[in-house]
Design a protein around this ligand. Structure first.
Ligand SMILES: CC(C)(COP(=O)(O)OP(=O)(O)OC[C@H]1O[C@@H](n2cnc3c(N)ncnc32)[C@H](O)[C@@H]1OP(=O)(O)O)[C@@H](O)C(=O)NCCC(=O)NCCS
Length: 331
């Protein structure tokens, strides 16, 4: 059976850098509060007219170039994003058109911060089953245009950033390389704890002036609940991956946790007993970029930690749903 191997990673973030000091001008917050609670120093936010498909296209071209692929080599697109440029269709189709690939399937995945790993699971299954040999997996997110950047929304607004990461996944028969496993979980009993209520099909009309005024159009997050679940579920699902593959935490060359919050990543590292050189974080520069955060961090991490062919790499995520997931990869 073939395996899915990472042929390349390409990333893109908007040019506009928003520092903690910039946020202080918009809401009652401080650089100290944000850094102490989240580790974030700055994030990138889109300028007007720039969207999810723009970031995804830039990341995709970089990934294709690094893999030495032409766009026409892509047999399927898996696109993870919590909320696209438009209500529908998803940005998978917009990206497909921009890459000039009529007829190539494009699937959209909306599993928030676990979206990249949910997408990897789909792409991996297609490759292992022999359905496709070359897949473009994208995590792309524009959060900034949906944030309440007043004091009312400060708990959420300071956390999120915009960005995109694209991975060229190829089928390989090399037994020493590729995705070993992907584990996915969800618990919808906590759907409302991290959610966006409106616009929604349950409302007539789908969004009202009142909802705009009372903030129902902005994300709602019960921060402490999210934190408490994330620090349990992320190590748990990483351990599940290790056990399934008969590996130990010490065998891991690199772990890239979803960049939700530096404090969460630190607890995950401690819980798994990982050394500093086994874990990589870059939330300090990008904030939480939801489905883009793992590829955005992985590209930098592979370089910074000198990951070589055959090294064991672990990925884990937690986010809205609640959903959580892990993947173990022989690089
Ligand atoms: C959001 C988070 C940083 C808040 O930290 P916390 O220590 O739980 O803080 P609390 O929510 O208890 O709020 C403490 C105080 O800070 C205030 N506060 C909230 N956001 C603030 C901000 N940006 N700046 C300054 N003060 C802020 C609150 O209003 C509260 O004030 P009060 O004590 O007067 O009521 C933290 O809960 C967290 O990181 N949760 C996980 C979030 C996450 O990872 N989300 C993405 C999941 S994929």
């Amino acid at each position: 059976m073939p395996r899915a191997a990472f042929a390349s990673i390409g990333t893109a973030v908007p040019d506009r850098v928003v520092t903690n000091a910039d946020l202080v001008a918009l809401m009652e917050t401080s650089d100290e509060w944000i850094q102490q609670r989240t580790g974030i120093r700055e994030r990138h936010w889109v300028k007007e007219g720039e969207g999810v498909a723009d970031l995804a296209e830039r990341a995709a071209h970089r990934a294709l170039e690094k893999a030495g692929w032409q766009p026409s080599d892509v047999e399927a697109i898996v696109f993870a994003s919590i909320q696209g440029d438009h209500v529908f269709p998803g940005d998978g189709c917009y990206l497909q058109a921009r890459l000039g690939l009529p007829g190539v399937p494009a699937i959209d995945i909306r599993n928030a911060c676990s979206g990249f790993l949910y997408g990897l699971s789909v792409a991996n299954a297609w490759i292992v089953s022999g359905t496709y040999k070359r897949i473009l997996l994208v995590g792309a997110e524009v959060q900034s245009t949906g944030l309440d950047v007043s004091t009312r929304g400060r708990d959420v607004a300071v956390i999120f950033g915009d960005g995109a990461g694209a991975v060229c996944l190829e089928a390989t028969d090399d037994p020493g390389r590729g995705v070993l496993s992907v584990h996915l979980h969800a618990d919808g009993r906590f759907a409302k704890e991290l959610s966006g209520a409106a616009p929604g099909a349950i409302y007539h009309p789908r969004v009202s002036v009142q909802q705009i005024e009372d903030g129902s159009v902005f994300p709602h997050m019960e921060g402490q609940k999210v934190f408490k679940h994330a620090i349990v579920k992320m190590p748990e699902v990483m351990r599940e991956a290790l056990e399934k593959n008969g590996a130990q935490a010490a065998d891991l060359k690199l772990v890239v946790p979803h960049q939700a919050n530096l404090r969460i990543a630190e607890v995950v590292q401690k819980s798994l007993g990982l050394r500093d050189d086994q874990v990589f974080n870059n939330i300090q520069k990008y904030g939480n970029t939801t489905a883009a955060s793992i590829p955005l961090c992985l590209e930098e991490a592979v370089e910074a930690r000198g990951v070589q062919r055959g090294d064991l790499v672990g990925l884990c995520a937690f986010g809205a749903g609640f959903t959580w997931a892990s993947a173990l990869i022989r690089w």
